[in-house]
Design a protein. Structure first.
Length: 115
């Protein structure tokens, strides 16, 4: 974990960003979140509503090795459904889970890009 500015070095808005070691230390939590998300989507009728989007997931701020700023990266993938509405509806419990397990980080749903 490291406190760094968002996106550019002179930004006064700073965040606590995840680092590579944090990914490794918490990989079981992220795997569980992915399984939970898939199960939540299946339990909610397995519909595929919304625009076809790639790169959907749950993101947080990340600072790479030798970097001085944080950018958002997906830590949990959503490659089991194409529709962004179905994905965002089923992500709520997973976001709560991540916020409870790793409260120091800021997680949010990422719609990815339209395909």
């Amino acid at each position: 974990m490291k406190i760094v500015p968002k996106y550019y070095t002179k930004n006064e808005d700073k965040v606590l960003a995840i680092q590579d070691k944090d990914f490794q230390d918490n990989k079981d939590i992220f795997r569980q979140a992915e399984k939970m998300w898939y199960q939540e989507w299946r339990d909610s009728s397995t519909s595929d509503e919304g625009s076809c989007c790639g790169g959907k997931g749950i993101s947080t701020y990340y600072v790479g090795p030798r970097k001085r700023t944080a950018e958002r990266v997906n830590v949990v993938r959503c490659d089991f459904v194409q529709g962004n509405i179905s994905a965002s509806r089923s992500a709520k419990k997973v976001l709560e889970y991540l916020k409870n397990e790793l409260p120091e980080f800021e997680f949010s749903y990422n719609d990815g890009w339209m395909d």
